[in-house]
Design a protein around this ligand. Structure first.
Ligand code: CTP
Ligand code: MG
Length: 247
């Protein structure tokens, strides 16, 4: 019984807008993907890591992650796919026969702590086959739908959407990675959702979504602020601040 971590790093980082992929952008002197790999290894519950690389960058990614003394477990690198979902599927294809649990984590969340990795894994090993970290939300969240083109407008003004619903905030969670899965369930979920992996507008934005689509239960453990996702320069600035905070 071993645990494989798939570390997604094949995205281009369009919204960050640098001239290199987001996973290779540095935070405090080290690439995001290395921060994430070090913390996965430091959890001591991950036996091996598969990193998904952007097109043409498998060797560069490998140089960054496999040569680092703090990444103490074996690391392999695989070419990612056109969507995050496709990249995870490519990583999953490299699972070894002995891997019975798979953790999927984003290099875009470089500061997710070893404690969080352990919390997710402990919940999986305790019998929950799909586990995600979740944070309470502070904003009121509304579901909206587009206003049909040509709908009557009383006066010219800014573009609007129509509010459909306001879910009770106490029941909402903002979900993070690492997410943990029984390996057979994750494989079944990816196989069933494979048609969606071709394009961003169809693909699942997280792996738990594919499990939910099977009708299988997904459970939430407490997330953490440091597992924030780096999307923009502002997120990088926040991460830099977190990194400098005394432990
Ligand atoms: N990812 C991946 N393969 C893809 C797309 C994304 O492995 N084809 C990974 C990213 O490297 C990242 C995670 O999935 O670690 C979450 O994706 P996101 O934050 O959207 O990163 P990017 O796709 O790189 O950023 P952007 O959408 O701004 O281009
Ligand atoms: Mg993306």
């Amino acid at each position: 019984m071993t645990t494989l971590a798939i570390l997604t790093a094949a995205g281009s980082g369009t919204r960050l807008g640098r001239d290199l992929p987001k996973a290779l952008v540095e935070l405090g002197g080290f690439p995001l993907v290395l921060h994430a790999a070090r913390r996965l290894a430091a959890s001591r519950v991950v036996d091996a890591i598969v990193v998904t690389a952007p097109p043409g960058l498998a060797a560069a990614m490998s140089d960054v992650v496999t040569a680092d003394a703090h990444v103490s477990c074996p690391v392999r690198v695989v070419d990612g796919g056109p969507t995050r979902q496709a990249s995870v599927a490519a990583g999953l294809a490299l699972a070894r026969p002995e891997d019975d649990v798979v953790i999927v984590h984003d290099a875009a969340r470089p500061l997710a702590s070893p404690d969080l990795v352990r919390r997710v894994l402990d919940a999986v090993r305790a019998g929950h086959p799909a586990v995600v970290p979740g944070m309470p939300v502070t904003d009121t969240i509304k579901r909206v739908s587009p206003v049909p083109v040509g709908a009557v407008r009383t006066a010219p003004g800014p573009a609007v959407e129509r509010v459909v619903e306001t879910p009770d905030r106490a029941t909402l969670r903002a979900v993070q990675t690492p997410q943990g899965f029984d390996r057979a369930l994750l494989e079944r979920a990816h196989a069933a959702g494979a048609d969606r992996a071709v394009a961003d507008n169809l693909a699942a934005t997280d792996d738990a979504g594919l499990v939910e689509a099977l009708g299988e239960p997904v459970h939430v453990v407490a997330g953490e602020e440091s597992a924030l996702k780096i999307t923009t320069e502002r997120d990088l600035a926040v991460a830099r601040m977190l990194l400098e905070e005394p432990a």
